[in-house]
Each structure stands twice: as structure tokens, then as C-alpha cells.
Design a protein around this ligand. Structure first.
Ligand SMILES: Nc1ncnc2c1ncn2[C@@H]1O[C@H](COP(=O)(O)OP(=O)(O)OP(=O)(O)O)[C@@H](O)[C@H]1O
Length: 625
């Protein structure tokens, strides 16, 4: 049954589209309803563009309406002034204009960060009437401009033909959006929205990806404008109001900003509401505000989220079959567990006199250490001694205040995080960074996004390169989940997992990237005994495969068992370095951890910490979080 549903779903969509296309000709839609369907379709393009930017990249871009105006005026100008009435020119012209305006507004808006894009795009919308006035020679000013009759190879595109054109363009856009958002790119957009830090640690330039998403989201808005100019035959600035911008935002939230097809539902609600209730015009701002509040508070995944929850409830009751997860054969949970990794080509990481100050606080001061390939180098020390600061410096989240950071022979100190990640440095976080709306398998596969990238075009067109890349990513991610002993959660939502499991997921994600240097930040904390065994085995394999591991850990037995060399930090300075045996017997280290000043036996102190751990879970040094 599942296989049947899966197999015939595309056919069902094609039949639905065919039905929609023949509806006016077959007398199923009169003139009023055909126009309503066309208006919903055009509005859904605008909403879909906002969904891409807001729902996926997390950027509030209010400028959809301005891009709508750009598309309309470009198509109008091409037809009236240049005689280019062919709809293909109109649509192409609108697309190019969207890219140009998207870049012009997106570059400063995104460079400045924070709320800048929202502000820039907000002003863009308020600027539309002024710009139309200033360029009245091209736009007809406030009086507006009549547009030429659209054509396609000499054939006039009016009546049913215009209806078909609009439905086909909108269907084509939604196919593109669906394929893009349900690809690894869409997953990375979700990561970007929820954690730009995670995106950069995965090797993604946050600025460039946001710009890409913003420009992609601009395209449907401009297409909508071009189609609207053909439908109305007249363009005037009072169409492109701030109220329309709010209505697009409300439709996005009502439909569900992270859903591909929620845009259609949101657009339908807004358009039908406007047409059905005569008072809508008067109360529209209040209504949009109410929609935003209700949708934001009561059902923040919009109508699409409600539909998904309803479907899930129906499936739980067994009234509908549960769809099998989309997997490839190699990505099934059962299978051989890897006992060794492919060579990891580790590289030496060296710090020389590294320092980091936050105002007057010297978090790290003159630290020189070396982590070699095929070895586990542990960084230990009490809370606030600078361990995480060290990892943040290595992976580029912080810029050093002093000293050098060398990866092999290359100085990487101060490089942007995504560049350092591309050099093969992967890390986990003390509080795992885990996105929502993604399966564990898909999340682990994001580790391969940069190193095994499949382009956007193959993803949109579902070319063989995309299918092959996707299948390989899934198979690799599943093999790594097996390796860290959590293949059974592969198809679960990754944000539903327990803390210990999340830590193992992060290890698998690091391995997926093919990294050479692994920065593990308290990766053992919160793990039960069997998870710890798996973790030990995984770290052992990374070492054997030649990877460079830096382990920040409060769990001493684990540190002593795994490390080849231990560096002890105290108040930002290097207190001691040595083998586990040397550190265990170092009296300065003992004093640091126990506050003892009588020079007792350090090994005993560590043993008692280990005993404590056996009784209470992972042990932490004095004052640990
Ligand atoms: N972004 C920051 N801004 C200001 N101070 C910071 C920042 N990050 C770290 N610090 C300070 O740097 C010092 C070292 O902190 P860090 O988090 O590196 O310690 P740690 O050894 O990792 O501690 P823990 O074991 O609790 O994680 C602390 O005094 C901390 O307050």
C-alpha cells in the first residue's frame, strides 16, 4: 500500500494539475472563480518567496511587494515600450530584474546583519510610490500604465490561455521550490535559520547562503508581478502597498512558513477573505495583525502544521497507512557496523602563545600546545579555565588577541569559521546544536553538504547527479549512525532525541564531513555506560584512522583512558602538559583540582573523582557546571 501511494503520488499531482487546467474550459469554473484562482495562484507565488526567505533562512524580508512591483513594471515596460510582448521575455525580464534588485538590496541588508535586511526591505516597499513617480516616463507615474496584450509566438495570451499560463508558471515554481527545499540545500537553509553558528561550523558562508536564499525568494515575487500585469492589463502604484506586504506576511504565517505548499493555503485564506467579506478592506490591517498573533501563538506551523498533525493523528489510529521513510537500500538501520574508518589524513594543530581577552578578562593567556594526527589530545581544567574558548579560537568563532594558530604549516588564526571548517576542522558543542524539522539521518548528512556538494541545478531538476549524491549521503550517514550505535533513531526527528543521543549524533555529523581535526567539547557528558563505550570505540577509530582529536572533557576516567597527551588549563594559562600517567601524578594539577596544598598523591585524587563518577554519573572537577 505504502509503495503504491509513493509510486502514484506524482501521477495524482499531475491529474490534479490537469483538472485545474481544464476547469474553466470544462465549465467547472466561471469567470469569477477563474479570476479568483488566478489571484490565489499569483499571491501564493509572493507568499512562497517569503516562505523561502523567512521560513527557511530566518530573515524577515518585507520587500516581496517591492519585487512584485519590479516584476510588473519590467514586464509592462518590455511590452509597451519595447514591443516585447512575448510572455517568455516578460518572465525572463522579471526574473533578471528580481536577481539584480535582490542583490542590490540583499548585499547591504545582509552584510550589516541583525535587523538590517528587514529595515532595508521595509524601506524598499515604502519607496515604491516615490520611485514610480520619479521614473514616471517609464512607469506612467501615479496615473499608472496600461500594458500590452501578452503573446506567445504570435498567439495572444488572453482568457483561458492566460489562465493556463498562470497555473503552469505557478506549478513550475512550486516544483522548483519543492525540489530545492526538500534537498540538502533546503536542510542547510533550515540549519541556517536555527543556528548560523552551526551552519558556519559545517563550512557554509552564512552571508553568501543568506544572500542566495534571499535572491531565490525574490524570483517568484517578480514572476507574480509579471503575471499580475498580464491579468489586470494595468499597473498602478496603489497596488503595491504596505498593507499588501502585511497580507503576504500574514498568509505566510497562516499557511506555515516552513511548508512548501502552505503558501497556497495561506494565499487562499487571504484572497477568499478579501473577496468574501465586504468589510475586509476597512479592517484589513487589524485582521492581518490578528492572523499574525493567532497563528504565531496558537499554531505556529500554520495550516500546513495543523494538516500534518491531523494526518499524523489519523495514521496513529490506523485509518491511513504510515508512509515508509524515503531511504535508499543502503540506508536501512540493519547492516554491517564499521570496525574501522577510511584514512582521515589528520594534520598537526599547533597553538603558539595563543591568547584571548574579553575586555579586561584574559580567558586564555600565552598557551602553546600541539595536537598530532593519530593522537587524542585532551584539554582539561576547572570551569572557566578557558577550554571552550580554546576550541572557539581553533574553529574560528573567536579571533585570537595574541599568538598564532597553525594547521599544518598554515596560519588559520582569525580566519572565518566556514573557511576553517573547509580545511577539515569539525567540532561538537557543549550544548549540542540540533535543528528542528529534520530527521537524524538528514542532519548527519548535512555534515557532507560542503565536502560532497551537489549543485542547486541538479537538485532542482532532480538530475542523476542529485539522486546519486543523495543516496550516497544517506548511505554514509546511516553507516556512521550504526558506528555510533544509534541507527535506530535515523528516521526520528533529531530534536526529539535525548541529550546523550544528541552528542553521539554530533560525533556522526563530524565524521560525515570527512574532517581531519575533531574538536569534541564535553562529548561524554550525559552519556550512559553503553553510550560511553560506543563513544570510546568511535574516538579510538578516529585515532586509528589518523585523525587529530582534541578532547575537552570533565570525565577523568574517559580522559585518562583515551588520551595520548593531556594539557591542563588553569585560569586561562597552561598549568601542565604530559601523558595521562604524568598528569595523574602531577602535584600542581592535584592542588588545582582539590585545593590541596600538602602535596598529597594526585593519582588518589583522580581515583576518588572516578569513584564519584561511578556513583553519580560523569564526575566533574571542583565547581564544574
Ligand atoms: N564570549 C565571551 N564573552 C566574555 N567572556 C567570555 C566569553 N567566552 C568565555 N568568556 C570567559 O572566558 C573564561 C573562560 O571560559 P570558557 O568557557 O572557555 O571556560 P571553560 O574552561 O570551557 O569552562 P567550562 O568547563 O565551564 O565549560 C570565563 O571567564 C568566561 O566567562
Amino acid at each position: 500500500m505504502n509503495a503504491l501511494v509513493h509510486r502514484y503520488r506524482p501521477l495524482g499531482i499531475v491529474l490534479l494539475l490537469a483538472l485545474l487546467l481544464i476547469a474553466p474550459t470544462a465549465g467547472l469554473l466561471n469567470g469569477y472563480w477563474s479570476r479568483t484562482v488566478m489571484l490565489i495562484a499569483i499571491l501564493s507565488l509572493l507568499v512562497s518567496g517569503l516562505n523561502v526567505v523567512l521560513g527557511y533562512a530566518g530573515e524577515l524580508a518585507m520587500g516581496q511587494v517591492a519585487l512584485y512591483a519590479v516584476g510588473a513594471y519590467v514586464a509592462g515596460y518590455l511590452g509597451v515600450e519595447l514591443g516585447m510582448t512575448n510572455v517568455l521575455f516578460s518572465l525572463l525580464g522579471a526574473t533578471l530584474a528580481a536577481v539584480v534588485v535582490g542583490l542590490i538590496t540583499g548585499i547591504p541588508g545582509l552584510r550589516l546583519g541583525g535587523w538590517s535586511l528587514a529595515m532595508v526591505t521595509f524601506f524598499l516597499v515604502t519607496l515604491v510610490p516615490n520611485l514610480v513617480d520619479v521614473f514616471s516616463g517609464f512607469t506612467g507615474g501615479t496615473l499608472g500604465m496600461g500594458t500590452a496584450v501578452p503573446t506567445l509566438f504570435g498567439m495572444e495570451i488572453v482568457g483561458d490561455r492566460l489562465y493556463w499560463l498562470i497555473i503552469l508558471v505557478v506549478a513550475a515554481w512550486f516544483a522548483v521550490a519543492r525540489n530545492l527545499l526538500l534537498s540538502r540545500h533546503g536542510n542547510m537553509f533550515l540549519v541556517l535559520r536555527q543556528s548560523p553558528i552551526l551552519a558556519s561550523v559545517l563550512g557554509v558562508s552564512v552571508y553568501r547562503l543568506k544572500l542566495l536564499v534571499y535572491v531565490v525568494g525574490a524570483i517568484p515575487a517578480a514572476l507574480a508581478g509579471a503575471l499580475f500585469s498580464m491579468l489586470d492589463g494595468f499597473i498602478a502604484p496603489d497596488t503595491f502597498t504596505f498593507a499588501l506586504a502585511l497580507s503576504v506576511l500574514a498568509a505566510s504565517v497562516v499557511g506555515g512558513a516552513t511548508s512548501v505548499y502552505g503558501a497556497i493555503a495561506g494565499a487562499a485564506v487571504m484572497q477568499l477573505g478579501q473577496q468574501t467579506f465586504t468589510q475586509f478592506q476597512t479592517w484589513q490591517l487589524v485582521i492581518y495583525g490578528a492572523f499574525l498573533l493567532i497563528a504565531g501563538i496558537a499554531f505556529n506551523r500554520g495550516l500546513a502544521g495543523l494538516a500534518q498533525d491531523g494526518l499524523a493523528a489519523v495514521r496513529r489510529r490506523g485509518w491511513l497507512p504510515t508512509p515508509a521513510p524515503v531511504t535508499v537500500a543502503a540506508a536501512e538501520p540493519a547492516g554491517e557496523v564499521e570496525t574501522r574508518l577510511e584514512p582521515l589524513h589528520g594534520v598537526t594543530l599547533r597553538t603558539e602563545g595563543l591568547g584571548k581577552s574579553f575586555g579586561g578578562n584574559r580567558a586564555l593567556d600565552d598557551v602553546t600546545i600541539e595536537a598530532r594526527p593519530g593522537e587524542v589530545t585532551a584539554l582539561i581544567g576547572p570551569n572557566g579555565s578557558g577550554k571552550t574558548t580554546m576550541l572557539n579560537l581553533i574553529c574560528g568563532l573567536y579571533k585570537p588577541s595574541a599568538g598564532r594558530l597553525l594547521l599544518g604549516e598554515e596560519e588559520i588564526g582569525g580566519h572565518p569559521t566556514y573557511r576553517i571548517a573547509r580545511h577539515g576542522v569539525a567540532r561538537t558543542f557543549q550544548t549540542p546544536l540540533i535543528p528542528a524539522h529534520m530527521t537524524t539521518l538528514a542532519f548527519v548528512a548535512t555534515g557532507r553538504y560542503v565536502s560532497h556538494r551537489v549543485g542547486i541545478l541538479p537538485a532542482i531538476l532532480r538530475l542523476p547527479a542529485f539522486r546519486k549524491g543523495y543516496a550516497t549521503d544517506d548511505a554514509r550517514a546511516m553507516a556512521l549512525l550504526r558506528l555510533v550505535g544509534i541507527a535506530d533513531v535515523a528516521h526520528q526527528q533529531v530534536d526529539s532525541l535525548a541529550l546523550g543521543t544528541r552528542r553521539l549524533v554530533e560525533v556522526a555529523r563530524c565524521l560525515a564531513s570527512g574532517a581531519r581535526v575533531f574538536l569534541f567539547d564535553e562529548v561524554g557528558s550525559g552519556l550512559d555506560e553503553s553510550d560511553l563505550e560506543v563513544l570510546e570505540r568511535a574516538i579510538g577509530m578516529i585515532r586509528e584512522a589518523g585523525g587529530t582529536v582534541i578532547l575537552v572533557e570533565h570525565n577523568f576516567p574517559l580522559v585518562l583512558k583515551l588520551s595520548d597527551r593531556i594539557h591542563v588549563l588553569s585560569q586561562g594559562r597552561l598549568l601542565a602538559s604530559g601523558t595521562p600517567a604524568q598528569i595523574q601524578n602531577d602535584r600542581r594539577v592535584l592542588a588545582e583540582y582539590t585545593g590541596a596544598t600538602d602535596g598529597g598523591d594526585a593519582a588518589d585524587a583522580f581515583d576518588s573523582v572516578a569513584d564519584l563518577q561511578a556513583a553519580d554519573g560523569p564526575a566533574t572537577p571542583k565547581g564544574a557546571k
